[in-house]
Write a protein that binds this ligand. Sequence first.
Ligand SMILES: [Zn+2]
Length: 425
Amino acid sequence: MITPEINPLQRLADGTVKQLNPFTGTEVWTVPGRANRPLPNYLPASQPLKDGANRYTCDFCTQNYRKTTPEKMRITNGKLEKELLLDEAQANPADVRLIGNLFEIVSLDYWKTNHNYQISKRAREHQERYLMDPTGHAHITDLVSTVWQAHHKCDPQDVPDFTSDQLLEASEAFFGGCHDVVVAKKHYRDDATTTADLCASGDLTPDEHFAYMKLSTMAQYQQYMENPHARYVSVFQNWLRPAGASFDHLHKQIVAIDQLPSKASREFARLHRTPDLYELYGYKFAEENNLILMENDHAFAYASYGHRYPSLELYSKYERLHPWELDDEQLRGLSDVLHACHAATGAAIPVNEEWYTRPIGIPATDARIPWHIVLKWRTTTLAGFEGATGIYLNTIDPWSLRDKVGPRLHQLADEGRLAEGLELS
Ligand SMILES: [Zn+2]
């Protein structure tokens, strides 16, 4: 039953749109006249790109494998491989790879100290094998030195020599930590001529994007399986610096935490009162309000409402399945819709891609939360009005967003840049 006082989308006589997010309670207003402003371009300054060094500019680039932690998993030409050694990894750069974050949000030490967490058998075996290998040993020594230097704010010559035991302990986080990064192969597009031609999600082919999604769902599952104290595993992607990215190189992050976020708890309370909340305010509501952008057999997307920023939202049609439980066809369907949303957004807009998934310990019968993803366009800065009132000013209302994205989707489809099987509105 719909709570009578919820009216998520109201257009007033003067054109102001008032939005109330039925899942989170977020209150948003769009005032008329601001939606037509041109979208900002946040790409880095354009410098000519040479074939040499400046193609491999950041630590995530394929030439810099030594600057990142050992590979936990990778997909190359559709083939999954696990726990590689450095020489193996470098010999054949991965299409997409899973590595531990060198500077974790929630550190391994947090898990060990507060939960007596031990790294998994898989991680320990990989670590021992890696350290037995001379190239691997040198790689780990360099990484431990890098982290030591950063923590002690000292020069390279002041880093001490580490004993084998110290190396073993200090490198545990690289192999069995609970904050991972899924890194795409390319920093720049294949046809790039300048440093502004970054390779964003929408610049991948649908096949490449599927491999990227597949590895991300596997990484989320592995975090849940290997850490019994993980109540929630968050998956997100920050694109460009205004969206919080430290590198302009496409990557997702997978972070385990030991509690449900309070945002999720509030949503569960709402679901308890209204178990069919997602049916009422997902597809049906978006369709009634003419906001659907596209769908295929496995997923759909719409111009969303009730978010602090202009947002595209997409849903898996498999209400009960966790991301890693979708078979390849089902996941491919969702990946194609997400890829199209990114492609229509373009590379110049900073975007947070946020995954919303049912925590593993909560059965689908208790909380009917389908896997859904929100793409937030970080085109505005929150200011005093938001802080003081809790009401967010979003510059683009959902219908204006639909009118910006819809034609772009058709154009991309005509150019053959989207996957087959998408039904565009
Ligand atoms: Zn890079």
